[in-house]
Design a protein around this ligand. Structure first.
Ligand SMILES: Nc1ncnc2c1ncn2[C@@H]1O[C@H](COP(=O)(O)OP(=O)(O)OP(=O)(O)O)[C@@H](O)[C@H]1O
Length: 276
């Protein structure tokens, strides 16, 4: 992945023919073939700096795969990718260290970002205030509920002030009050700073209200990008039609989608003959 910071590119993200392949576990023990699976297939897109993009798609379509690739956590298997700016992924799986306390996690994340201790001390107050975790801050994260982890992860990411926020379903855990507070903060960032925000959510009303651009992925393919209203309408029609299908047809559709993404490679067998 090419990563260029503080450059003059009008884009935060440029992807060309990007594919991501995962190996599948064998179900029948057949050693002659190995199966892999396109989590994303041939994705070409550009995301402008300062855009707020809603990423839509049914379960398993590849949204989280895209989010970890854009966050620089996962490599691509083919194609080209350029990220212009510092990015932070905020997800349910927040990347916190479970053995450390909340406070220690803030120190660790700051240190990993290359911040000096003074700068880390400066951001701690902001994190503590936003997360509202009280004395839980001094408890190991393994004692946290998923909502509390989300609070801490979200607050740390906000304090790190990246150029690109990637929010993967992070607002679907935790209580409504905190989700509202996060959304309000993100709206402020959207309106006042030139941050790029990539927002993955199954809540269409939230996406419609918050985002400018829509990006719809289905079965690992890019279906559509465009104004958020259009993409939401088309996606919503698609989901309605899918849900109206009888169960047998739904299963057929899922099986077909799976087959389209499957890569089967025949392995050659080598026999070594030992002549005595
Ligand atoms: N580490 C992995 N190893 C193998 N397969 C994976 C891995 N991660 C994801 N997949 C598969 O890749 C596909 C895309 O998964 P992904 O999590 O990106 O979908 P998603 O759109 O985020 O789904 P959801 O809305 O359910 O969160 C799925 O079929 C999933 O089973």
């Amino acid at each position: 992945m090419e990563k260029t910071l503080y450059d003059s590119s009008p884009y935060a993200v440029e992807m060309e023919h990007v594919s991501k392949i995962y190996k599948l576990k064998k179900k029948d023990g057949d050693s002659k073939s190995s199966e892999s699976f396109y989590a994303l297939k041939d994705i070409t897109l550009k995301i402008a700096k300062g855009d707020v993009v809603g990423i839509l798609g049914t379960n398993g379509s590849g949204k989280s795969t895209l989010s970890v690739i854009l966050a620089g956590i996962s490599d691509i298997d083919s194609g080209q990718l350029a990220i212009h700016g510092e990015q932070e992924l905020i997800s349910i799986n927040t990347g916190l260290n479970n053995q450390l306390t909340g406070l220690e996690n803030i120190h660790l994340k700051g240190a990993l970002m290359g911040f000096k201790p003074k700068k880390i001390r400066e951001i701690i107050d902001g994190v503590v205030e936003f997360a509202e975790l009280g004395d839980f801050l001094y408890q190991p994260v393994k004692k946290y509920s998923s909502g509390m982890k989300s609070r801490l992860g979200f607050s740390i990411s906000l304090a790190l002030d990246p150029d690109i926020f990637i929010i993967d379903e992070a607002l679907s855990v935790g209580d409504k009050g905190f989700a509202k507070k996060c959304l309000n903060r993100m709206k402020k960032l959207r309106d006042e700073k030139d941050k790029t925000i990539l927002f993955i959510s199954h809540s269409l009303p939230q996406v419609r209200e918050f985002c400018k651009t829509g990006l719809w992925i289905e079965g690992g393919h890019l279906m559509e990008t465009g104004p958020i209203r259009d993409v939401c309408d088309h996606y919503s029609d698609y989901v309605d039609k899918l849900n109206a299908l009888p169960d047998k047809e739904k299963k057929k559709n899922l099986d077909e989608k799976f087959k389209e993404r499957l890569i089967v490679t025949e392995k050659k067998s080598f026999w070594i003959k030992i002549f005595g």
